[in-house]
Write a protein that binds this ligand. Structure first.
Ligand code: GLN
Length: 404
């Protein structure tokens, strides 16, 4: 496994002088490949249970499968409108109004993208000029590091407090004249933190005061526990025209491979996002966009059931990890448990390698979520069948660590 994680800078491979690579550095040299996806490759290699990459090993709702097959049979096989099929944007506008309390005009303010990954990249490219600063709470989802590098942004990492809440003084200090955007992720990957209205209002006030855009990744919005409530910062007063809200079908409907996500923003921000999106990808898969309309027609009970299912999975993994010697708390949302591995006497990478090779369980080294540090952490996902989690927990109990 590569030691350096994404966004931390990568050592160039040795090249003989005179080769193109030796004389022409690239922005691709400034970050590493995704450690999360590398762990998936290692899991496959060692035939391990993949609790590294956050994707379900259970099927998506049958309504989505039927709708996708019908779309292909109905010849929905050519490009959709570049910013998204009209019926999907209209269905999204309705859903976002009722669930998130935000109004978006589907004609001018909604862009369907290739997953939330593209939505984030297109948003950053749309608003960042090289040298602009972007405030990123740390730990952060691995992709945001390379996203900053690719867009030319200078990330200003703000550590979250020990309980993952907002440290107001640190946030105030992170804003400067160069700050153009903040990247939020709630419910949060990897910590499971669900930011409260008070915390989001504090961040919103800073954005308004400093004329900054909030780019908010809300892909886990339906996966919250213990009465925690998901709040979109874009729904707070004064944030309507300075927020890009990113969502996706991947996690809510268990279709991570479909690559259908979206960016919601006022018309002037959307105009820029759409231009970048158009030349990056032209558009998201047309038949799957049709099937995503069917997803948005699922009854309200679907979302309740999803949270109940994930709550049960959360408890299974939490108990198993505790038993195996990992220090952890139950997450408030999303589908990861971010553990402390201090008692194992190994670094995050050493323990991740040890687990995948000897116990047959893959997890993500904590340092992937920090620009520096994180070596005392490992992230496990519970987006798996109960039996997968039970088997993984059994295997983890066999791990030889220095814990007693
Ligand atoms: N968001 C998921 C995770 O954090 C999947 C990442 C990916 O590979 N796109 O594991």
């Amino acid at each position: 496994m590569q030691r350096k994680s994404a966004g931390k800078g990568k050592t160039m491979p040795a090249q003989s002088p005179g080769t193109f690579f030796a004389t022409h550095p690239s922005r691709a040299d400034t970050f590493s490949e995704s450690v999360i996806r590398e762990m998936t490759r290692l899991a496959l290699k060692h035939d391990a249970i993949n609790l590294a990459q956050g994707f379900p090993d259970f099927p998506c709702p049958p309504e989505l499968k039927t709708a996708a097959c019908e779309a292909v049979k109905d010849d929905i096989n050519q490009y959709a409108i570049t910013w998204g099929a009209k019926d999907l944007r209209e269905a999204l506008a309705k859903r976002v109004k009722t669930f998130n309390g935000m109004d978006f005009n589907p004609e001018e303010e909604i862009t369907v993208t290739c997953g939330s990954t593209e939505a984030m990249m297109a948003s950053m490219l749309a608003i960042i000029q090289p040298g602009d600063e972007v405030v990123v709470p740390e730990p952060f989802y691995e992709n945001y590091g390379p996203d900053a590098q690719i867009s030319g942004a200078t990330p200003r990492f703000v550590p979250l407090a020990d309980n993952f809440s907002i440290d107001e003084e640190k946030w105030k200090a992170a804003f400067s004249k160069k700050t153009r955007a903040i990247i939020l992720n709630t419910p949060n990957n990897p910590t499971g933190k669900v930011f409260t209205k008070k915390e989001l209002s504090f961040i919103a006030d800073l954005c308004i005061e400093h004329n900054v855009v909030a780019i908010t990744d809300e892909i886990y919005e339906h996966i919250v526990y213990d009465g925690h409530k998901h709040i979109s910062i874009g729904s707070l007063p004064g944030m309507e025209d300075r927020t890009i809200t990113i969502g996706s079908f991947s996690k809510t409907y268990s279709v991570t491979g479909w690559r259908v996500g979206y960016a919601l923003a006022d018309a002037s921000l959307t105009d820029r996002i759409r231009k970048i999106h158009d030349f990056l990808t032209v558009g998201a898969p047309a038949p799957l966009q049709r099937a995503c309309v069917a997803a948005l027609e699922l009854p309200e009970s679907y979302y309740k059931e999803l949270a109940v299912e994930y709550d049960r999975k959360r408890q299974i993994l939490y108990k198993g990890l505790k038993k195996a010697g990992f220090a952890c708390e139950l997450p408030e949302g999303a589908y990861y448990i971010f553990t402390d591995i201090g008692s194992f006497g190994m670094s995050d990478t050493e323990l991740a390698c040890h687990l995948v090779e000897t116990a047959g369980v893959a997890a993500v080294p904590g340092s992937s979520f920090y620009h520096t540090g994180g070596e005392t952490k490992l992230r496990f996902t519970f987006s798996k069948k109960d039996e997968t989690l039970i088997e993984a927990c059994k295997r983890l109990e066999t791990v030889d660590g220095s814990h007693t």
